[in-house]
Design a binder for this molecule. Structure first.
Ligand code: HEM
Length: 351
């Protein structure tokens, strides 16, 4: 809910109110998963796009989707209207405002359709991705008592010594090296996007990893696979071990960073990379400081209640606290946690 609200605030200057009401009354969460499933289908099989467009013209939009598209379209329309009346920003420069000021390479302004498409892309690309990392971080950290202890200690010590303050600034979050190493390990082992956007092989074709690919072939890489190479991350590449980032020498660290493609790489790298890292760095230390977290069994109403959990690598286990379904996006479902307010945070609130 936080990730959707945050991206709403950034893209259209206003959150969608999920955190404030503590409810997903418009069904953003299930609809986003559906949206990403369709994006996966169209992204990998572009031939399907015109068929889906045709179907969507014949059959009415399902009511749930209609509500969401209605909310987004309504907000955009009112911003377009405000913009035309020179009421350009809602008190701060959001992405809508920047897109309206942006120019195409030929110097022309973005068309309304371009702005609509870009805002839709940001809402889709910037919400579940960040939420997946947050869930995976809880699973990896809390699932290992020693790592959890180290994360808590680092945050508690930094708070007690007055080195960091909540709400955390990005600079303060950088004062938590062990937490940052956990974030890197999470992005490495559970990259939210299972393969990067495809690229087309250029004129004359190309040899990649010992194979020839003809000109025009679409190729892509899977962060999930690249991030598990022992050549880059060591013999224990499949293990969640934050220390690998802290103990690596500069050459090893360079290799690990270079192979980390959770946000893609090159000219089409994720445009929200720094925003995603900032969001996780602001929220997760506060969560770990404020609450004691534990996993609980799956809810009796869960669609997976008869199944054991499934990890991001497809391992099926009763120990696994969530169920990962991976299409383009490796999304978790049925993750039930117990949160207990900690004494320290209660005392700080009372002070
Ligand atoms: C942890 C969070 C995130 C992850 C792991 C992630 C990952 C990715 C990946 C793998 C790509 C494809 C890059 C490539 O093929 O080289 C991408 C593209 C993109 N991402 Fe993110 N993303 C995250 C958060 C965000 C956020 C918060 C936003 C916006 C506020 C965003 C906006 C975009 C956009 C607009 C693109 C398309 C770029 C293009 O077409 O050139 N992402 N992201």
């Amino acid at each position: 809910m936080f990730a959707i609200d945050a991206v709403g605030e950034m893209a259209l200057g206003q959150s969608f109110g999920l955190c404030a009401t503590d409810k997903d009354k418009d069904n953003w969460l299930p609809m986003l998963v559906k949206f990403l499933e369709i994006a996966c289908l169209v992204g990998t099989q572009p031939i399907i796009a015109p068929i889906l467009r045709w179907i969507s013209q014949i059959f009415p939009e399902p009511p749930n989707i209609k509500i969401l598209t209605g909310i987004v379209t309504g907000r955009m329309d009112s911003r377009f209207k405000g913009y035309a009346q020179q009421d350009i920003s809602p008190g701060h420069e959001d992405m809508f405002w920047m897109l309206m000021a942006a120019e195409n390479p030929d110097g022309s302004k973005y068309s309304l359709e371009q702005v609509r498409a870009a805002v839709g892309l940001i809402l889709g690309a910037g919400s579940d991705t960040t939420a997946i990392i947050m869930r995976a971080m809880v699973r990896f950290i809390v699932g290992d008592a020693e790592i959890y202890r180290k994360v808590e200690k680092e945050i508690n010590d930094a708070v007690n010594l007055g080195e960091i303050q909540f709400p955390l600034s990005n600079r303060d979050a950088e004062k938590l090296p062990y937490f940052q190493a956990c974030l890197k390990e999470t992005l490495r082992l559970h990259p939210p996007i299972s393969w990067t956007l495809s690229r087309r092989v250029g004129a004359g074709g190309m040899h990649i990893a010992g194979r020839f690919f003809a000109e025009g072939t679409e190729v892509s890489m899977s962060p999930f696979v690249v991030h598990r190479q022992p050549e880059a991350y060591g013999y224990d590449a499949a293990m969640f071990r934050p220390e690998r980032w802290l103990k690596a020498d500069s050459e090893q660290r360079k290799t690990m960073e270079h192979n980390n493609i959770a946000f893609g790489s090159g000219p089409r790298v994720c445009l929200g990379k720094m925003i995603g890292i900032l969001e996780v760095s602001k929220v997760m230390p506060l969560l770990f400081w404020k609450y004691k977290i534990g996993f609980t069994a799956r809810s009796t109403t869960s669609p997976h209640r008869h199944k054991v959990g499934r990890a991001v690598d497809g391992r099926v286990s009763t120990e696994e606290p969530y169920f990962v379904t991976s299409q383009w996006v490796a999304v978790q479902s049925d993750f039930w946690c117990d949160l207990t307010l900690k004494r320290d945070s209660l005392l700080a609130a009372a002070a």
